[in-house]
Design a protein around this ligand. Structure first.
Ligand code: SAM
Length: 208
């Protein structure tokens, strides 16, 4: 997976490559999908949600530019696979999942695997996590209708956020950096994520 799907497609951060090789993705999918765990595909995790494709996990992680001492907010815990990668590369991770049937098993999985520098929450992450802010990095793993407004308060100056923005058919992966002057956006590539559903996201009936 690392050699064929990541290194040859522009993932060059040695820490990201090392962790992607080390974290066992097959433990984050239903056993019936275990034989496809190391192919470059999103896979179902129930409740109409998916574990993201490994290339996208690596690309987003690399774009965060983690050095090891960051406090990270992740919105969309999903299976916990991306969470595991983040906890290996940052100091602390705060992760929010909207659907308890997904978030609670993810917490149990990561706890059983021995990850201790992660705090879990079930709820609407489209508003961020005000009580735990500010964050050095934010990663949103569901497609938002716009760049989340909570970044103006909850992202530390000098920090960045990676977020897919757009509707169901046309999303861009955006890096948002915060400086004294405000937020600046840079489009990294096109992408396709399940919708971010919540007060600052899509409502469940909308075409996310
Ligand atoms: N990165 C995850 C992984 O490795 O398994 C995959 C995340 S999946 C593509 C997106 C997740 O975002 C889903 O589990 C979905 O329930 C969650 N989600 C959607 N809207 C949310 C919200 N407002 N707050 C928190 N989680 C949300």
């Amino acid at each position: 997976m690392v050699e064929e799907q990541l290194r040859t497609r522009g993932i060059h951060d040695p820490r990201v490559l090392r962790i992607m090789a080390a974290v066992p993705r097959h433990l984050f999918v239903d056993p019936t999908f275990a034989n496809r765990a190391y192919s470059d595909h999103a896979l179902p995790i129930g409740q109409e949600q998916t574990i993201s494709q490994p290339f996208m996990v690596a690309l987003m992680t690399q774009a965060l530019g983690l050095e090891g001492d960051e406090k990270v907010l992740e919105i969309g815990t999903g299976s916990g696979y991306q969470t595991a990668i983040l906890t290996e590369l940052a100091d602390r991770v705060f992760t929010i999942e909207r659907i308890p049937e997904i978030g609670i098993p993810a917490q149990e999985r990561l706890t059983a695997m021995g990850y201790t520098n992660v705090v879990f929450r079930i709820g609407d992450g489209s508003l961020g996590w005000r009580e735990m802010a500010p964050f050095d990095r934010v990663i949103v793993t569901a497609g938002a209708p716009r760049v989340p407004s909570f970044l103006e308060e909850q992202l530390r100056i000098g920090g960045c956020c990676i977020v897919p923005v757009g509707d169901a058919s046309n999303q861009s992966l955006v890096r948002v950096t915060r400086s004294e002057e405000g937020l600046k956006e840079q489009v990294l590539c096109s992408c396709t994520f399940v919708p971010l559903i919540g007060r600052e996201g899509w409502s469940s009936g909308e075409p996310g």
